[in-house]
Design a protein around this ligand. Structure first.
Ligand code: ADP
Ligand code: MG
Length: 573
């Protein structure tokens, strides 16, 4: 359990503030996370990492000379938003382009991909390698779907060393991809973790049992056994990882970097006992151990558990691995200290002015703000139910994520309306605030839906019903482009698509916006209910597909609730 916090809602923010205050030699706070506080040579590729908070030293603790140039730091266990990632990357960028790397989770992929698009649109080249080291999260045939855990470190380090050695963006991406191919991990857990202020652990492991393959966010384990001896655990970890060595590696005579990672509350002493046997077993298999690591590299709050990572470098990767690093949480060799950078040169993101609007659009803007207020109230009324649905096969944060997002959207919409903004600006501000504050996959997707709809409303004149329908259709397009889910994958797409189809159909056949919307919301409600019969193929719920049979998809359910509530607002206006 965690014992110390002020307002739990402020925990991540206050944690980052304290982390920066304690590490000014290394890092400087920027919008969305931290960047190095030291001078980076012009033209060097900037390695930007990131993810949810709660995994220290990942990700802020890994920023410094020889490692990351910046880290986007999301809320606890929630992906940083597109805006946060984009802001950190823009601050870290030094003319050599940006390289993104992070653990492969749906929310992170979505937000980093969207940030990558934005950087490219700004004229900054950007490439990505999402880390997929956790062998228990998908089969070898679906390696690209695997999660990233402690293996993040090898990919980040190789990429950063290459950047420092003067590799260009394509070169950094190539060696990082190779490092990811040659990194495999496997984890076990004895207890779950409890987020600050929570009364219950996020997930739990029965007393005296050990969960195999349990995800670092509590994605349920793949298997469960009694707790073995330290030697027994070493044997389990080593044998499973030797069963799946990367292509091109011949175990006998191979050189390997073992990383025994503590997940939060396992003692170093216990890990040393386990490592003693790991070293013996690797030696017996004919493997030559180089640069072993025993410690905490990617934690999961106060979770008790451990993972073993084996990194099988080739000669180029080993040379890159062997370079010095100096960061708040991770040091290797001795670096030549770089000078402190002058932070005053950073341009602050200035508050954007409200574009001009006319009276007709301001009248629509009032309805839009009302609709967003209603969305927030609807989420409040269902927050526990949404969390419960998401906890069955996902990570249980759908209620609080939707709450953070919709509240921020409501506040932004009201502020823009009160500042005299037109309909488009009010909804666009709400969209940005939602995806920035919500975290998680659904937050990014709701940001896209609202931003697409906003694009059709305009700040002058009144949009037609057909404009609204085409705005919703554009939202479907961008959700499917970024999220890559199809109908039938058990996501909010299953409710959004019939909603959009019915809305367009109703308006094309001459119904009023309110009437067509109500029919469409009914279609979404039926479709959301039928997702109970589907198996998830996307997102965090995918590795535990069968557990969710009989339960509707949380994102589809919340979308239907929101569509219905907004319908009532349209009816009144
Ligand atoms: P996270 O999955 O990051 O914890 P939430 O719990 O807030 O985010 O939202 C989960 C919901 O997000 C799922 O129920 C599903 O409807 C939706 N979702 C997840 N991945 C996708 C995707 N790739 N495309 C569309 N919707 C998705
Ligand atoms: Mg979730």
């Amino acid at each position: 359990m965690t014992r110390l916090w002020n307002d739990p809602a402020d925990f991540a923010d206050e944690m980052i503030a304290g982390f920066v205050a304690a590490n000014e030699r290394y890092v400087r706070r920027v919008t969305g996370g931290v960047v190095r506080s030291t001078v980076v040579p012009q033209g060097q590729v900037a390695v930007v990492v990131g993810g949810g908070s709660g995994h220290y030293p990942a990700f802020g603790g890994l920023v410094g000379q020889g490692l990351a140039h910046g880290a986007a730091m999301g809320n606890l266990f929630a992906s940083p938003s597109t805006q946060q990632i984009h802001a950190v990357a823009s601050a870290a960028e030094r003319g050599g382009g940006v390289f993104f790397s992070y653990g492969n989770y749906a929310g992170d992929v979505l937000n980093f991909d969207a940030a990558q698009e934005r950087l490219r649109a700004d004229g900054i080249p950007c490439d990505t390698v999402a880390v997929t080291d956790d062998i228990f999260s998908a089969s070898p045939a679906e390696k690209h779907k695997r999660r990233g855990i402690a293996g993040d470190l090898t990919v980040f380090r190789v990429a950063a060393a290459a950047a420092e050695a003067g590799y260009d963006l394509a070169g950094v991406t190539r060696v990082a991809g190779l490092a990811n191919e040659r990194t495999r991990s496997f984890g076990v857990a004895f207890t779950g973790c409890t987020l600050p202020g929570a009364e219950q652990p996020l997930f739990s492991v029965p007393d005296g049992r050990m969960a195999i393959g349990l995800g670092i966010h509590g994605e349920p384990g793949i298997d469960e056994t009694g707790i073995p001896t330290a030697d027994g655990l070493a044997e389990l970890l080593v044998s499973r990882l030797l069963d799946e060595v990367p292509e091109g590696v011949d175990v006998s005579g191979a050189r390997v970097v073992p990383i025994l990672n503590g997940l939060g509350s396992l003692k170093y002493e216990e890990m040393f006992v386990v490592y003693r046997r790991i070293a013996e077993l690797l030696g017996a298999a004919g493997v030559e151990i180089i640069d072993p690591h025993v410690g905490e590299y990617c934690t999961s709050f106060d979770m008790a558990g451990t993972s073993l990572t084996l990194f099988w470098p080739d000669a180029e990767l080993e040379a890159l691995w062997d370079t010095p690093v100096d960061t708040p949480a991770y040091r290797r060799g001795s670096v030549v200290a770089a000078a402190q950078a002058d932070a005053s040169a950073d341009a602050d993101l200035a508050a954007e002015a409200i574009p001009p609007s006319d009276e007709a659009s301001r009248a629509i803007a009032a309805t839009v703000a009302q609709a967003v207020e209603t969305i927030a109230a609807t989420v409040d009324a269902h927050v526990d139910e949404l969390g419960r649905l998401d906890s069955i096969a996902g990570d249980g944060d759908h209620g609080i994520g939707m709450q953070r997002g919709s509240h921020a959207a409501r506040d932004a919409a009201i502020a823009a309306r009160d500042a005299g903004a037109g309909a488009q600006t009010v909804l666009a501000r709400a969209a940005d605030a939602w995806s920035d504050r919500a975290g998680g996959t659904s937050g990014a997707l709701w940001g896209l839906i609202l931003a697409s709809l906003a694009g059709k409303l305009g700040d002058v004149g009144s949009p037609s019903s057909a404009d609204v329908a085409s705005g919703v259709a554009a939202g479907v397009q961008s959700v499917m482009t970024y999220g890559k889910a199809e109908v039938g994958d058990k996501t909010l797409v299953d409710a959004l698509v019939p909603f959009s189809v019915e809305l367009t159909h109703g308006i094309d056949s001459g119904a009023s916006l309110a009437a067509a919307w109500a029919t469409a919301a009914d279609a979404a409600t039926r479709a959301a209910a039928s997702t109970a019969d589907l198996l998830p193929r996307m997102g965090r719920a995918r590795p535990h597909a069968e557990k969710s049979l009989g339960t509707p998809d949380p994102g589809a359910h919340s979308l239907a609730l929101i569509a219905t509530a907004v319908g009532a607002v349209l009816e009144r206006n």
